[in-house]
Design a protein around this ligand. Structure first.
Ligand SMILES: NC(=O)c1ccc[n+]([C@@H]2O[C@H](COP(=O)([O-])OP(=O)(O)OC[C@H]3O[C@@H](n4cnc5c(N)ncnc54)[C@H](OP(=O)(O)O)[C@@H]3O)[C@@H](O)[C@H]2O)c1
Length: 335
């Protein structure tokens, strides 16, 4: 019996929040393997805000996904069959699995994961791309220093919860911004942040940041952009740094939010810089050594939000833009 690969292809480009109507299922038998290829079974698919830009009409930092093509995604998979000398049946690999149950990967593009020390969930969570993004965004872009007063938006999400914890581990005072009481309780009671702001409950976010950061902000790690960035700009200290990680509040906004407080950058001799984590590829081992050290010591956690069923991947993608994910969002194709 041939193995059937169940996949979701892009049917239509979304205008706003992506959902099931933009994708369709397509099943096909897995083709015979060529030399150097692996047949795998997907264990987890990472669901990322950037995926919206990969399927939109506008420009993206990577080529957009073509209509009719399998949706692009990174993830973790188990090797079922190998025609590469570097991989054996049963190995767990990380790679471009896309939205499909049985990807055929090129061995040269898959990374074998060490399961002697870490779990599969560690590799997609505290050692995964979200964690690497937080690490390089804080250190290289944000020039993180001990005792910095750090503000993190989207703080309960995949990247944000790692950024908040890394800054705490480096001896900073950390304030997190998130939407809703449950996410704020997680930040306060589980991650032990110094203060939290529920932006959905605050009529004046600038004033709320001023209350939570009475001495101002040395480093703002921005996951959301828009009005939150504006409010953070109004609370900078002299010499502040802003690491522009993402701007999810603007991705599906009908009109871009006009930033009013850019003038604060000159008055505060501050700098604002964006980055893409893939540019730090050569230094992932360094980041994973640091993250792994803290993970093994029990000082680092990452809350995963698992959605079961490949067919729910489009719904999961939409959850990011509605704030419905509680933690790093992944899809498990087969529970
Ligand atoms: N630069 C890079 O290389 C890189 C790499 C990975 C990710 N990123 C960026 O990092 C950010 C976080 O990504 P993630 O994967 O960790 O996602 P995430 O934070 O786990 O999920 C997205 C969260 O964004 C918040 N959000 C959605 N709409 C919002 C709005 N209008 N205003 C304020 N917050 C809103 C929601 O949290 P609340 O419930 O708290 O609102 C939602 O849960 C994204 O902007 C992403 O594009 C950048």
């Amino acid at each position: 019996m041939p193995i059937i690969n169940h996949r979701l292809v892009l049917k239509q480009r979304p205008d706003g929040i992506p959902g099931p109507e933009h994708f369709e299922a397509s099943d096909a038998p897995v083709p015979p393997l060529a030399d150097g290829e692996l047949l795998t079974e997907t264990l987890y698919i990472s669901i990322d805000p950037a995926m919206r830009s990969w399927i939109g009409a506008g420009p993206s930092y990577v080529p957009t996904v073509a209509l009719g093509a399998t949706m692009r995604a990174g993830g973790v998979a188990r090797v079922l069959d190998s025609r590469s000398k570097d991989f054996a049946t049963g190995d767990i690999v990380q790679g471009r699995v896309n939205w499909q149950t049985h990807p055929v990967l090129r061995g040269s593009q898959a990374q074998k994961l060490d399961l002697s020390t870490y779990t599969v969930e560690d590799w997609i969570g505290p050692l995964g791309t979200s964690a690497l993004t937080a690490y390089f965004g804080l250190r290289d872009v944000g020039s993180l220093k001990p005792n910095d007063r750090v503000l993190v938006s989207g703080a309960a999400g995949g990247v944000g919860q790692m950024a908040a914890q890394i800054a705490k581990l480096e001896g900073c005072r950390v304030v997190g911004i998130a939407g809703g009481a449950e996410k704020c309780a997680f930040l306060r009671d589980t991650l032990h942040l110094d203060d939290v702001i529920d932006y959905r409950a605050e009529p004046d976010l600038t004033a709320a940041i001023a209350r939570a950061c009475p001495d101002g902000v040395d480093l703002y790690f921005d996951n959301v952009g828009g009005p939150t960035l504006d409010a953070a700009l109004a609370n900078l200290r002299i010499g502040a740094r802003i690491a522009l990680c993402g701007r999810i509040s603007q991705t599906v906004a009908a009109e871009p939010h006009p930033i009013r407080n850019l003038g604060a950058l000159s008055g505060k001799r501050a700098r604002m810089q964006s980055f893409i984590v893939f540019d730090y590829n050569a230094r992932y081992p360094e980041a994973r050594a640091w993250l792994g050290m803290h993970l093994r010591a029990g000082r680092l956690i990452q809350r995963l939000h698992v959605v079961d069923g490949l067919d729910r991947a489009p719904e999961a993608l939409g959850m990011l833009f509605r704030g419905l994910n509680t933690g790093k969002l992944v899809v498990r194709p087969v529970a």
